[in-house]
Design a protein around this ligand. Sequence first.
Ligand code: IMP
Ligand code: MG
Length: 178
Amino acid sequence: MHPDVEKLFATEEDLKGIVARLAAQISADYKGKTPLFVGVLRGCFIFMADLVRACDIDCTVDFMVVSSYGKGTTSTGAVKIIKDLTENIEGRDVIIVEDILDSGNTLSYLRKYMLARKPASIRIVTLLDKPERRTADVQADYAGFTIPDAFVVGYGLDYGEKYRNLPYIGVLKPEIYS
Ligand code: IMP
Ligand code: MG
């Protein structure tokens, strides 16, 4: 285990199981449709790569880059779009893919932003959900794990851009960020 990680939260095996469950639900719900997965970079990149490969429906992908955090562990509340959608989402069944739903600021903003572009439908899939920390009015339609209020890294999730490459999810030692 990485020396900055206090304890393991989800092993590679756990993650595989959760991703398979989410992909099976999505594949059943979107049978006969061609949803557009919109990943919120950079945190989604590993989860989304595994999720779309586990889905057995036709789909397309797009990405947005937003920033809300900088280097810290708490949301600033302000969401800035660094890279917008490439695809026209009008009439599409959009599935937003997030690594973690925390305060909900990012997703509540993105949902409104995309709704204004008139998709046929819009749903949210998140690997991790921290409902205790929610301040914005937004829920995930598909969530992998519900987690308590701890700062986790790995499998795409970072602290100060590090740890994204860990193949598991671990709780970061508090002394690393305090
Ligand atoms: P929200 O806007 O507060 O919901 O924050 C969502 C974003 O905050 C996520 O996409 C992550 O990039 C980041 N974030 C929130 N909690 C964690 C965590 O425990 N570890 C790593 N990143 C986190
Ligand atoms: Mg982040």
